[in-house]
Design a protein around this ligand. Structure first.
Ligand code: 9UX
Length: 72
């Protein structure tokens, strides 16, 4: 089945930041849905855990230039 996680994203200051984080996550294989809240500093991601891992999502956000921590 699908897995859903929330990720704390630090360093976003404008809506273009949130768009680039959403874009970075969305291009990963197996991601069905990615939405990022600027006000909550949080990303919600729904994905197939057979195709992509929590760590891959975290790394994609960090490669886009933001700090990321998968929330428990
Ligand atoms: Mo504009 Mo958001 O440079 O970093 S994309 S503030």
């Amino acid at each position: 089945g699908m897995r859903r996680i929330q990720v704390r994203v630090t360093g976003m200051t404008c809506s273009a930041c949130t768009a680039s984080v959403e874009g970075a996550i969305s291009t990963l294989p197996g991601v069905a849905r990615a939405s990022v809240s600027l006000l909550q500093n949080k990303a919600h991601v729904v994905f197939d855990p057979g195709l992509v891992k929590d760590e891959d999502i975290r790394d994609a956000i960090e490669d886009a230039g933001f700090e990321a921590e998968v929330l428990p």
